[in-house]
Write a protein that binds this ligand. Sequence first.
Ligand code: CP
Length: 316
Amino acid sequence: MPTATEELNFTGKNLIRMADLTADEIRGLINTGLRFKEVSEREIKKVPALRGKTIVNLFFEPSTRTRTSFEIAGKRLSADVINISASASSISKGETFKDTILNISAMKPNAIVIRHSSPGAALIASQITDCSIINGGDGAHAHPTQALLDLMTIAEKKKNFENLNVTIVGDILHSRVARSNINALRSLNANITLCAPPTLMPPRSDVFGAKITTDIKKAVKGADVVMMLRIQQERMGQGLFPSLREYARYFCLTPEVMKETKDDVIIMHPGPINRGVEISSEVADGNKAVILYQVTHGVAMRMAVLYLICGGTKDE
Ligand code: CP
Protein backbone atom coordinates (compact mmCIF):
# COMPACT_ATOMS: atom_id res chain seq x y z
CA MET A 1 0.00 0.00 0.00
CA PRO A 2 1.36 3.45 -0.82
CA THR A 3 2.59 5.44 2.14
CA ALA A 4 5.32 7.73 0.79
CA THR A 5 3.78 11.08 -0.06
CA GLU A 6 5.86 11.49 -3.22
CA GLU A 7 4.01 8.50 -4.72
CA LEU A 8 0.65 10.19 -4.34
CA ASN A 9 1.25 13.20 -6.53
CA PHE A 10 -1.45 12.39 -9.11
CA THR A 11 -4.60 14.15 -7.95
CA GLY A 12 -6.58 14.20 -11.20
CA LYS A 13 -10.33 13.61 -11.24
CA ASN A 14 -10.25 11.87 -14.64
CA LEU A 15 -7.67 9.94 -16.66
CA ILE A 16 -8.27 10.57 -20.35
CA ARG A 17 -4.86 10.64 -22.09
CA MET A 18 -1.17 10.56 -21.19
CA ALA A 19 -0.62 14.01 -22.71
CA ASP A 20 -2.59 15.46 -19.76
CA LEU A 21 -0.05 14.14 -17.22
CA THR A 22 3.22 15.76 -16.14
CA ALA A 23 6.41 13.70 -15.93
CA ASP A 24 6.14 13.86 -12.11
CA GLU A 25 2.56 12.58 -12.20
CA ILE A 26 3.65 9.71 -14.48
CA ARG A 27 6.52 8.83 -12.11
CA GLY A 28 4.13 9.03 -9.14
CA LEU A 29 1.67 6.64 -10.82
CA ILE A 30 4.47 4.20 -11.74
CA ASN A 31 5.74 4.17 -8.14
CA THR A 32 2.25 3.73 -6.74
CA GLY A 33 1.64 0.84 -9.17
CA LEU A 34 4.90 -0.83 -8.15
CA ARG A 35 3.88 -0.64 -4.49
CA PHE A 36 0.45 -2.13 -5.23
CA LYS A 37 2.05 -5.24 -6.85
CA GLU A 38 2.60 -6.69 -3.42
CA VAL A 39 -1.15 -6.95 -2.69
CA SER A 40 -1.57 -9.48 -5.52
CA GLU A 41 1.19 -11.63 -4.01
CA ARG A 42 -0.55 -11.94 -0.63
CA GLU A 43 -2.53 -15.03 0.26
CA ILE A 44 -5.58 -12.83 0.88
CA LYS A 45 -5.44 -10.49 -2.10
CA LYS A 46 -7.58 -7.72 -0.70
CA VAL A 47 -7.19 -4.39 1.09
CA PRO A 48 -10.02 -2.15 2.32
CA ALA A 49 -8.79 1.01 0.55
CA LEU A 50 -11.93 1.56 -1.59
CA ARG A 51 -14.54 0.04 0.70
CA GLY A 52 -17.88 1.71 0.02
CA LYS A 53 -16.83 3.00 -3.43
CA THR A 54 -18.48 1.88 -6.67
CA ILE A 55 -16.78 1.45 -10.04
CA VAL A 56 -18.61 0.80 -13.32
CA ASN A 57 -16.76 -0.83 -16.23
CA LEU A 58 -18.62 0.32 -19.35
CA PHE A 59 -17.17 -1.50 -22.36
CA PHE A 60 -18.46 -0.82 -25.88
CA GLU A 61 -15.59 -2.79 -27.48
CA PRO A 62 -14.25 -6.28 -26.73
CA SER A 63 -11.50 -6.57 -24.12
CA THR A 64 -9.81 -9.33 -22.17
CA ARG A 65 -6.96 -7.63 -20.30
CA THR A 66 -8.29 -4.12 -19.59
CA ARG A 67 -11.75 -5.12 -18.44
CA THR A 68 -10.66 -8.08 -16.35
CA SER A 69 -7.80 -6.22 -14.71
CA PHE A 70 -9.98 -3.21 -13.84
CA GLU A 71 -12.49 -5.62 -12.28
CA ILE A 72 -9.82 -7.48 -10.33
CA ALA A 73 -8.15 -4.20 -9.31
CA GLY A 74 -11.41 -2.75 -8.00
CA LYS A 75 -12.25 -5.94 -6.10
CA ARG A 76 -8.74 -6.19 -4.57
CA LEU A 77 -9.33 -2.67 -3.25
CA SER A 78 -12.73 -3.78 -1.82
CA ALA A 79 -14.75 -1.56 -4.19
CA ASP A 80 -18.06 -2.73 -5.63
CA VAL A 81 -17.47 -3.32 -9.35
CA ILE A 82 -20.21 -3.51 -11.97
CA ASN A 83 -19.51 -4.60 -15.56
CA ILE A 84 -21.68 -3.44 -18.45
CA SER A 85 -21.10 -4.38 -22.08
CA ALA A 86 -22.75 -2.52 -24.95
CA SER A 87 -24.59 -5.61 -26.19
CA ALA A 88 -26.18 -6.11 -22.75
CA SER A 89 -27.06 -2.44 -22.24
CA SER A 90 -29.89 -0.24 -23.50
CA ILE A 91 -27.50 1.09 -26.18
CA SER A 92 -28.66 -1.97 -28.13
CA LYS A 93 -32.23 -0.59 -27.85
CA GLY A 94 -31.29 2.80 -29.27
CA GLU A 95 -30.28 4.76 -26.15
CA THR A 96 -27.63 7.39 -26.90
CA PHE A 97 -24.12 7.38 -25.43
CA LYS A 98 -24.95 10.60 -23.56
CA ASP A 99 -28.12 9.16 -22.02
CA THR A 100 -26.27 6.00 -21.02
CA ILE A 101 -23.59 8.04 -19.23
CA LEU A 102 -26.20 10.27 -17.53
CA ASN A 103 -28.22 7.27 -16.35
CA ILE A 104 -25.21 5.41 -14.97
CA SER A 105 -24.04 8.63 -13.28
CA ALA A 106 -27.47 9.04 -11.66
CA MET A 107 -26.71 5.83 -9.72
CA LYS A 108 -23.75 7.67 -8.12
CA PRO A 109 -20.74 5.48 -8.91
CA ASN A 110 -17.35 6.95 -7.97
CA ALA A 111 -15.73 6.15 -11.33
CA ILE A 112 -16.71 4.89 -14.78
CA VAL A 113 -14.11 3.09 -16.89
CA ILE A 114 -15.02 3.48 -20.57
CA ARG A 115 -13.77 1.56 -23.59
CA HIS A 116 -15.17 2.78 -26.92
CA SER A 117 -14.30 2.56 -30.61
CA SER A 118 -14.69 6.34 -31.10
CA PRO A 119 -11.72 8.60 -30.32
CA GLY A 120 -12.87 11.20 -27.79
CA ALA A 121 -15.62 9.09 -26.18
CA ALA A 122 -14.00 9.23 -22.72
CA LEU A 123 -13.41 12.98 -22.98
CA ILE A 124 -17.03 13.57 -23.99
CA ALA A 125 -18.21 11.43 -21.07
CA SER A 126 -16.08 13.53 -18.69
CA GLN A 127 -17.81 16.66 -20.00
CA ILE A 128 -21.33 15.39 -19.30
CA THR A 129 -20.92 13.84 -15.85
CA ASP A 130 -19.44 14.79 -12.48
CA CYS A 131 -18.39 11.20 -11.95
CA SER A 132 -14.67 10.38 -12.52
CA ILE A 133 -13.98 8.98 -15.99
CA ILE A 134 -11.10 6.63 -16.76
CA ASN A 135 -10.31 5.98 -20.41
CA GLY A 136 -10.00 2.24 -21.02
CA GLY A 137 -9.11 2.85 -24.69
CA ASP A 138 -10.92 5.08 -27.20
CA GLY A 139 -10.47 4.16 -30.87
CA ALA A 140 -7.02 5.03 -32.16
CA HIS A 141 -6.71 7.93 -29.69
CA ALA A 142 -5.46 6.91 -26.24
CA HIS A 143 -5.07 4.04 -23.78
CA PRO A 144 -3.47 5.67 -20.75
CA THR A 145 -3.60 2.75 -18.31
CA GLN A 146 -1.93 0.50 -20.92
CA ALA A 147 0.88 3.04 -21.30
CA LEU A 148 1.21 3.33 -17.51
CA LEU A 149 1.48 -0.43 -17.04
CA ASP A 150 3.99 -0.57 -19.92
CA LEU A 151 6.05 2.17 -18.24
CA MET A 152 5.81 0.34 -14.92
CA THR A 153 7.23 -2.78 -16.62
CA ILE A 154 10.05 -0.76 -18.20
CA ALA A 155 10.77 0.97 -14.88
CA GLU A 156 11.08 -2.38 -13.13
CA LYS A 157 13.31 -3.95 -15.79
CA LYS A 158 15.42 -0.94 -16.86
CA LYS A 159 15.24 1.49 -13.91
CA ASN A 160 15.88 4.75 -15.81
CA PHE A 161 13.99 6.29 -18.73
CA GLU A 162 16.56 9.00 -19.47
CA ASN A 163 18.10 8.18 -22.91
CA LEU A 164 16.59 4.70 -22.90
CA ASN A 165 16.21 3.45 -26.51
CA VAL A 166 12.63 2.34 -27.12
CA THR A 167 11.56 0.96 -30.52
CA ILE A 168 7.88 0.63 -31.43
CA VAL A 169 7.09 -1.61 -34.42
CA GLY A 170 3.84 -2.25 -36.27
CA ASP A 171 0.48 -0.66 -36.89
CA ILE A 172 1.29 2.77 -35.45
CA LEU A 173 -1.44 4.44 -37.52
CA HIS A 174 -4.27 2.72 -35.61
CA SER A 175 -2.55 2.30 -32.24
CA ARG A 176 -3.81 4.16 -29.16
CA VAL A 177 -1.14 2.23 -27.23
CA ALA A 178 1.61 3.71 -29.42
CA ARG A 179 0.24 7.25 -29.07
CA SER A 180 -0.05 6.99 -25.30
CA ASN A 181 3.42 5.47 -24.92
CA ILE A 182 5.05 7.99 -27.29
CA ASN A 183 3.59 10.89 -25.28
CA ALA A 184 4.78 9.48 -21.98
CA LEU A 185 8.22 8.31 -23.18
CA ARG A 186 8.90 11.77 -24.61
CA SER A 187 7.98 13.34 -21.25
CA LEU A 188 10.45 10.98 -19.57
CA ASN A 189 13.23 11.78 -22.10
CA ALA A 190 13.51 8.34 -23.71
CA ASN A 191 14.75 8.02 -27.32
CA ILE A 192 12.01 6.65 -29.57
CA THR A 193 12.29 4.80 -32.90
CA LEU A 194 9.14 3.97 -34.88
CA CYS A 195 9.06 1.23 -37.53
CA ALA A 196 6.11 0.49 -39.84
CA PRO A 197 5.20 0.26 -43.50
CA PRO A 198 4.57 3.81 -44.81
CA THR A 199 0.83 3.03 -45.03
CA LEU A 200 0.69 2.22 -41.28
CA MET A 201 2.63 5.31 -40.16
CA PRO A 202 0.46 8.36 -39.32
CA PRO A 203 0.78 11.42 -41.58
CA ARG A 204 3.06 14.07 -39.99
CA SER A 205 4.79 11.40 -37.91
CA ASP A 206 7.66 13.91 -37.59
CA VAL A 207 5.66 15.53 -34.75
CA PHE A 208 6.41 12.49 -32.58
CA GLY A 209 10.07 13.55 -32.33
CA ALA A 210 11.09 9.96 -33.12
CA LYS A 211 13.44 8.27 -35.58
CA ILE A 212 11.37 6.69 -38.37
CA THR A 213 12.34 3.60 -40.37
CA THR A 214 10.76 0.83 -42.43
CA ASP A 215 13.62 -1.62 -41.70
CA ILE A 216 12.90 -3.76 -38.63
CA LYS A 217 16.50 -4.97 -38.31
CA LYS A 218 17.78 -1.38 -38.15
CA ALA A 219 14.92 -0.44 -35.79
CA VAL A 220 15.72 -3.05 -33.16
CA LYS A 221 19.53 -2.62 -33.25
CA GLY A 222 20.63 -0.85 -30.06
CA ALA A 223 17.12 -0.87 -28.57
CA ASP A 224 16.74 -1.44 -24.82
CA VAL A 225 13.01 -2.03 -25.25
CA VAL A 226 11.10 -3.28 -28.32
CA MET A 227 7.33 -2.82 -28.27
CA MET A 228 5.47 -4.79 -30.90
CA LEU A 229 1.97 -3.71 -31.95
CA ARG A 230 -0.97 -5.73 -33.17
CA ILE A 231 -2.20 -5.34 -36.73
CA GLN A 232 -5.66 -3.85 -36.10
CA GLN A 233 -7.63 -5.31 -38.96
CA GLU A 234 -10.92 -4.20 -37.37
CA ARG A 235 -9.88 -0.52 -37.74
CA MET A 236 -8.41 -0.64 -41.26
CA GLY A 237 -9.88 -0.64 -44.73
CA GLN A 238 -8.46 -2.67 -47.57
CA GLY A 239 -5.10 -2.18 -49.23
CA LEU A 240 -2.83 -0.87 -46.47
CA PHE A 241 -0.59 -3.87 -47.16
CA PRO A 242 -0.92 -6.72 -49.69
CA SER A 243 -1.44 -9.61 -47.24
CA LEU A 244 -0.73 -10.65 -43.66
CA ARG A 245 1.89 -13.03 -45.04
CA GLU A 246 3.73 -10.20 -46.76
CA TYR A 247 3.43 -7.96 -43.67
CA ALA A 248 4.93 -10.76 -41.57
CA ARG A 249 7.79 -11.21 -44.00
CA TYR A 250 8.99 -7.64 -43.43
CA PHE A 251 7.73 -6.67 -39.96
CA CYS A 252 7.40 -9.83 -37.83
CA LEU A 253 9.75 -10.05 -34.85
CA THR A 254 11.37 -13.45 -35.46
CA PRO A 255 14.45 -15.20 -34.02
CA GLU A 256 16.30 -14.01 -37.16
CA VAL A 257 15.48 -10.34 -36.38
CA MET A 258 16.32 -10.93 -32.70
CA LYS A 259 19.94 -11.62 -33.73
CA GLU A 260 20.25 -7.84 -34.20
CA THR A 261 19.09 -6.91 -30.68
CA LYS A 262 21.09 -6.22 -27.52
CA ASP A 263 21.45 -9.17 -25.12
CA ASP A 264 19.41 -7.43 -22.43
CA VAL A 265 16.59 -6.17 -24.65
CA ILE A 266 13.04 -6.67 -23.38
CA ILE A 267 10.22 -7.49 -25.80
CA MET A 268 6.79 -6.04 -25.05
CA HIS A 269 3.35 -6.36 -26.62
CA PRO A 270 0.10 -4.92 -25.24
CA GLY A 271 -1.90 -7.93 -26.45
CA PRO A 272 -3.85 -9.49 -27.92
CA ILE A 273 -0.98 -10.92 -29.99
CA ASN A 274 -1.31 -12.22 -33.53
CA ARG A 275 1.23 -15.04 -33.46
CA GLY A 276 3.16 -15.31 -36.71
CA VAL A 277 1.97 -11.89 -37.93
CA GLU A 278 3.73 -9.23 -35.80
CA ILE A 279 5.59 -11.59 -33.46
CA SER A 280 6.64 -15.22 -33.81
CA SER A 281 5.74 -17.73 -31.10
CA GLU A 282 9.45 -18.37 -30.43
CA VAL A 283 9.93 -14.69 -29.53
CA ALA A 284 6.57 -14.20 -27.75
CA ASP A 285 7.25 -17.23 -25.53
CA GLY A 286 11.02 -16.62 -25.27
CA ASN A 287 13.05 -15.41 -22.31
CA LYS A 288 13.30 -11.80 -23.48
CA ALA A 289 9.52 -11.33 -23.68
CA VAL A 290 7.84 -9.57 -20.74
CA ILE A 291 4.33 -9.75 -22.22
CA LEU A 292 2.77 -11.58 -19.26
CA TYR A 293 4.56 -9.31 -16.75
CA GLN A 294 2.76 -6.46 -18.50
CA VAL A 295 -0.54 -8.21 -17.82
CA THR A 296 0.36 -8.76 -14.15
CA HIS A 297 1.36 -5.11 -13.87
CA GLY A 298 -2.00 -4.16 -15.41
CA VAL A 299 -3.79 -5.15 -12.21
CA ALA A 300 -1.35 -3.22 -9.96
CA MET A 301 -1.41 -0.13 -12.16
CA ARG A 302 -5.21 -0.11 -12.33
CA MET A 303 -5.30 -0.47 -8.55
CA ALA A 304 -3.05 2.61 -8.37
CA VAL A 305 -5.26 4.59 -10.77
CA LEU A 306 -8.52 3.64 -9.01
CA TYR A 307 -6.98 4.31 -5.59
CA LEU A 308 -5.77 7.78 -6.53
CA ILE A 309 -8.87 8.79 -8.51
CA CYS A 310 -11.43 7.41 -6.07
CA GLY A 311 -9.65 8.81 -2.99
CA GLY A 312 -8.62 5.58 -1.30
CA THR A 313 -7.77 5.39 2.38
CA LYS A 314 -4.29 4.36 3.48
CA ASP A 315 -5.45 1.56 5.85
CA GLU A 316 -3.57 -1.71 5.25
N1 CP B 1 -4.08 -4.37 -24.29
C1 CP B 1 -5.42 -4.33 -24.24
O1 CP B 1 -6.03 -3.26 -24.17
O2 CP B 1 -6.03 -5.56 -24.30
P1 CP B 1 -7.60 -5.78 -24.26
O3 CP B 1 -8.16 -5.27 -25.57
O4 CP B 1 -7.78 -7.28 -24.11
O5 CP B 1 -8.16 -5.01 -23.12
